[in-house]
Design a protein around this ligand. Structure first.
Ligand code: AMP
Length: 296
């Protein structure tokens, strides 16, 4: 049973986005971390997690920053861009390795400007990130008028309500579709875990356990588990191929003196080369499998 020091509480509250780009993956991460949401189909705003002193709230990513700051929830998943825009004090213990995007200045394709420094003064900038935008242009020493909008900034130049925009860009296809060109990146963003400062300090163990469960999923995501039967004579070369921290695990195979089983965790991006190298070393029975969680 959890009991958070000085906070007199038993149940930790975790907020995850209820819609938008970060929502689906956040739910998936909880599931992969073995946290099962009760009555999942009926879930709307609030759900308990089976067998844990943990409640999950489904909220808008923007609101999560405010609610975590106020202590209405203890821990949340949201975008780093939203945390930075809010300027609110929360603990940002970890990045979650998904929802990557950048906050960028974009201009109409036919605007003949190559650097943000060369933009004229007094342009109207449409954005849902007024604070970061103001700071950025102040830093450049440019005078701009900010047109604050809730979303779909890309359309603003076409409607004649803005000259340029500051918005999130991921693949860049929305900009292209709207005949806009990315001129400068203001900041990079991705999904992060945030925590209320008091909860982070008072409920350290509970908060750390949830965070480390989520991280173990995202850490494993880019890794693969590689198994192969390798001629004993090639073992030195195998060790050189997979130096790693602890090196590969080598196991005897009953009844086979000449061959050993090699198990190793590799980066997903290395899988193609690793398998080819193993085959060249005479390996057989090569298996490559996903890893659900990696707990250091
Ligand atoms: P894209 O066409 O992939 O560059 O995506 C751009 C559109 O998706 C813009 O409307 C952005 O506001 C939105 N977007 C991109 N990445 C994110 C993200 N990580 N979180 C929230 N919105 C995003």
């Amino acid at each position: 049973m959890g009991y958070c020091q000085g906070l007199n509480k038993m149940t930790l509250r975790l907020a995850i986005p209820n819609k938008g780009r970060l929502s689906e993956r956040s739910v998936e991460i909880l599931k992969q971390a073995g946290l099962e949401i009760e009555n999942e189909d009926e879930r709307r705003l609030f759900a308990n997690v089976k067998r844990q002193d943990l409640a999950v709230m489904f909220l808008r990513a923007q609101d999560i920053v405010r609610f975590v700051h106020k202590g209405a929830v203890d821990v949340g998943i949201t975008g780093l861009d939203l945390v930075m825009e809010s300027g609110l004090d929360v603990v940002i213990p970890y990045k979650l390795n998904f929802g990557r995007c950048r906050l960028s200045v974009a201009v109409p394709e036919d605007m003949g400007v190559q650097r943000p420094e060369d933009l004229p003064d007094d342009l109207v900038v449409a954005t849902s990130f007024p604070n970061l935008t103001r700071k950025y242009f102040q830093g450049l020493g440019k005078r701009v008028e900010i047109a604050s909008i809730a979303g779909a900034a890309e359309i603003a130049p076409h409607l004649g309500v803005a000259d340029i925009i500051v918005d999130l860009v991921s693949s860049g296809s929305t900009l292209k579709m709207n005949h806009l060109r990315e001129l400068a990146v203001i900041t990079e963003s991705q999904a992060v875990v945030i925590a209320n400062r008091k909860a982070y300090e008072g409920c350290e163990q509970q908060v750390q356990e949830i965070i480390s469960a989520m991280l173990s999923v995202t850490e494993a995501e880019n890794k693969k588990y590689l198994m192969a039967d390798v001629p004993r004579a090639s073992l030195d070369e195998v060790r050189q191929t997979f130096p790693g921290i602890a090196g590969p695990t080598i196991m005897n195979i009953i009844g086979r003196e000449d061959v050993v089983a090699v198990h190793v965790v590799i980066e997903k991006s290395e899988a193609y080369d690793a398998i080819n190298r193993l085959k060249r070393l005479g390996a057989t029975g090569i298996l490559l499998t996903p890893i659900d969680r990696m707990v250091p």
